[in-house]
Write a protein that binds this ligand. Sequence first.
Ligand code: PAD
Ligand code: ZN
Length: 379
Amino acid sequence: MGTKGKVIKCKAAIAWEAGKPLSIEEVEVAPPKAHEVRVQIIAAGLCRSDTHVINPKFEGAFLPVILGHEGAGIVESVGPGVTNVKPGDKVIPLYVPHCRKCKFCQSPLTNFCTKFSEHKNPIIEQELMDDKTSRFTCKGKSIYHFLGISAFSQYTVVKDINLAKIDDDANLKRVCLIGCGFSTGYGAAINDAKVTPGSTCAVFGLGGVGLSAVIGCKTAGASRIIAVDINSDKFAKAKALGATDCLNPRELNKPVQDVIVEMTNGGVDFAIDCAGGSEVMKATVDCTTVGWGSCTFVGVNVNDKGLTISPVELILGRTLRGSSFGGWDVDTVPKLVSDYKNGKFNLEALVTHTLPFEKINEALDLLKQGKSIRTILIY
Ligand code: PAD
Ligand code: ZN
């Protein structure tokens, strides 16, 4: 007996309130409507961005919600009009949609799509499907989607334009990390910063995203990669992945940017902020060289006011840019999955823990305490 066209009852982790643990509940997942796809999630990682929405300081939170945006799964059924995937296909849902129609999708300069963000903050986008309703119900209440994905449910409904179809032999327990953390950091280095061979780089924040940026800098041929974190426990892994130097700002007697400038005879060529917050943003700018220093911002700090910058810092030749999902989209992610299979990069190094989906709160605690890089939840 198939499930197509029927409501599926399954387990999901629901955030009912900010600042509280998630609660594993039975949810009802409605069948997909036009241009929607119901996906069985097989594995998912936990990214720092999942925690922002349930941070009590976060303004504009929409609750209750099913978080999760770093998952991989198998198509269970498709709604009318879906042509890019079929039941049984392996997929990675992406929070960056690709409508192919807007001026951004038609430009090679960006992976942005108007369907991603019509408001100011993409993190509170895609909380409902296009008809402004949710496909999730729990205890009679409608539950919000998150970033168009909601991977912390055994089944979820995603728009067809948010799905990357990947190879049938892809290892979902690893390539789920291509759904966010790995692609974000790696792409920030190679697609957005465009790190060049022989260059000097600094990476701030050595979580799943920052370590992936280190992998990107190394792949691009950087000759020196200075890895910065306030948690020195992250340094062994950063070195194993290619960092040449590691600095802990809390153990230095002057600002970390001053130390980097001294170490590099005037500053690095490329700096990538994978931690977020005004202090790190400032260090990211100040540690780059005048003339051509390139700063790429990835990290997000809830309610932080960001950077105040003097025009002189830019007039002297620096450039600043932000990076969203490392510049990838539904068309380029399948290639990343094959690159992983062909050994071009290592995802194993990012996986510090594996837990059953039901232990998601343990995984969240490990992330908050800085004890994990990525925990893979198995459904
Ligand atoms: P994580 O919490 O695993 O890693 C963050 C790391 O930064 C930790 O190791 C911290 O110790 C370190 N850190 C914190 N403060 C500082 C500081 N002042 N100086 C140096 N290091 C510091 O998070 P993650 O790797 O999952 O995500 C990193 C950030 O990237 C986070 O802000 C997340 O929201 C953002 C993100 N952005 C995108 C995007 O597309 N722009 C995508 C995914 C994640
Ligand atoms: Zn993420």
